[in-house]
Every structure is written in C-alpha cells, then in structure tokens.
Write a protein that binds this ligand. Sequence first.
Ligand SMILES: *Cc1c(COP(=O)(O)O)cnc(C)c1O
Length: 369
Amino acid sequence: MRTWAEIDLDNLEYNINKIKELSHDRDIMAIIKADAYGMGAVTIAKELSKMGVKIFGVSSLEEGIELRNNGITNDILILAGTFNEELEDAERNNLQVTLTDLSQIDYIYENNLLLNVHIKVDTGMGRVGFTVEEGKKAIEMCKNKSINVVGVYSHLSVSDESDEESVSYTKKQLEKFKYFEKLEEIKYIHILNSGGILKFSEIPQSNLVRAGIVMYGVYGEGVIENLKRVFTLKSRILFLKELKEDIDISYGRVGKGYKNELIATITVGYADGFRRELSNKGTVEIHGIPCKIVGKVCMDMLMIKIPEEIKTKVKIGDEVIVMGEDIFEKSKMVGSSIYELFTGLSRRVSRVYLKKGKPHIVNSLIGKL
Ligand SMILES: *Cc1c(COP(=O)(O)O)cnc(C)c1O
C-alpha cells in the first residue's frame, strides 16, 4: 500500500461509549454523511451498528440508499432536506426525511406517501428549516394529515467554540428550541451536535444526540481530552537521495538550498487529500521525528528533508505518519477545519480498520484486501 487511512475501531467503540456517558445516556444518531467524514460510510455503519448505535444520519437520498444497498437496516434520517421528487425513493428505501417547507406536507399527503418525518427548526443556523412558529404549525399540519412525525430538531452553529459570544448565541438557540421539548408525542427531539454534546449535555431538552466528528475523538477546537483519536493518515518512503547537485525541488522551484541534504519522496499528494497549502512548511513524521516538507506538494508525491538524527535509520518503504495527532494544527495551517481534511480524503486512499492494533478490514480501490 502507498497511502492509507488507519481507523481504529477499538477507539471508535471507546468513544461511542464515552459519548453515551457524556450525553447522559441519550440515544445516539451517528452522523455518517460524506462517506462517514471520509472514514467509509458502509463499514463505519456496520461497525457502529455492532456497537449499539441504532440510528444514522446522512446528508442526501443517495447516501441513504447506498447504506440500504449494503444491507444497513437501521433507522436512517436524511438531514439536509429533500426535494419533493425524492420523497418516493425515500419511502421505498425506508429513509426518514427532514421537512423544511410546508408545501412538502401537502405533497406527502396528496401522494399518499408513508414516510417518517423530522421537522427541522432553524433556531439560528440560518441554513434550512422552519421558524419556531412555522415549526409548530408544521407539526400541527402533519398531525391533521396523519403524517408520522418521529422527530423535531434544530442545529447549533457555534457549539464548538468557547468564547463568551458564541456560548451566549448557543444558549439562545437552545432557549428557542425549548418549546419542542414538551411535545411528548414526538419520539426524537434533538439539537446537540458534537460541540453540543461536549459542552451542553446538561440541558434538559432533547432525548437524542447527533454525534459526528466527536466519534473520531476530535472536533472544532482540536483533539478532545478523555476521548481517543481514531484516525491516522499514513504513507511510505518511495525514494531517497542525497542531493549532490544544487537543484531545486518540485514544481515551481520553491524548495531551494538543499544541496548535500538527504531528501525523501513520500507517496502522498494533494490528490489523496493532503493539502497543497502545506507545501514548503508542513511536516510529516518518520520514526517519531517531524520532517519538513520541501517544495510544493505534488498530485501524488511530496518531498521532505530527513533530519540528521534519523539519517542513518531511514530506508525505502518506511512508514510515514502524514496526519495524526497534528491534524488540528494542520487544518489551521491551511485555513480550514478537521472536517474538510477528513472529507477531502480521496477514493484511492485505502481505509484500514484496526482492531487490537491490527488490520481487521482493508478497503482499497481494488476492493477488500
Ligand atoms: C453534520 C451535521 C451534524 C454533525 O456535526 P458534527 O459537528 O460533526 O457533530 C449534526 N447535525 C446536522 C444537521 C448536521 O448537518
């Protein structure tokens, strides 16, 4: 293998149990949209299911159908709203849908669709959903038309930030949502995402949490204390050279002045999801030592300078930790978030699922290995 993501299933299970505890034993909806944040939705769903997770959240109809086509029988909610013309397929695949518009209620009624719906209320995210007043009306309308409302929910926009202004905004959102906690006839009432689980689990409202990135032991503010890190991106040394000539390194010649240095070429590039902004400044880790990236990150490879202390140790084929504990730092360096680095992992990066530190499942471009 050239480049692979290691996903530690024992740590994932540890985190799920911790999340359960942190959220005062609420039910967990595992959010596995965007191919489970790059971790591989089908495998992650199967494993989470074994760990006792009963409900999944995805973003689109296709993501839901992908899970159904692969034998996932759990409850699945499509989070990001649906177009009316998708509702028949949602019904056929037994996917729960999010309603964000009153006209959808008429559509479901007129077409006799048997759907379990969640009413989405916008308490301050400013993305999709009903106002609180409209939300009440939507629930009423569904009741009158015998549409099964199994959930009502809202989404927090700054729950993962700790500054005073953000905390007060989140509190306002939670306050607005309070009305819905009283609706005992609705099975699932949910508002807490990862940041919410970590910081606002003491609120009385809601009986279900939506756990996304927290499952992997990281979130908006970095690595989470008391949880375990699940993800590591690894690659290998393909080539080693001591630069005999005064040549520049990589496209654009920005890697200059490395004559007589030992330079290694690593088999990871921006087409794997390793960001080009890390050119000439990021590091990767070999034998426990950070090694500076020199020159531009290429599509499939990058070059690093081997530090003095490991010069005699390194050899072709050696393992390289490309992103691990430092993923938060790297996300900041590229002006982005851990979410974007996770979801940017491309298809050709093999996913290696570990149990007891050993490969348990390996999914690659050419199938299971
Ligand atoms: C993506 C998403 C989540 C999960 O967010 P995290 O920050 O990863 O926990 C929860 N709810 C909704 C509606 C989402 O779109």
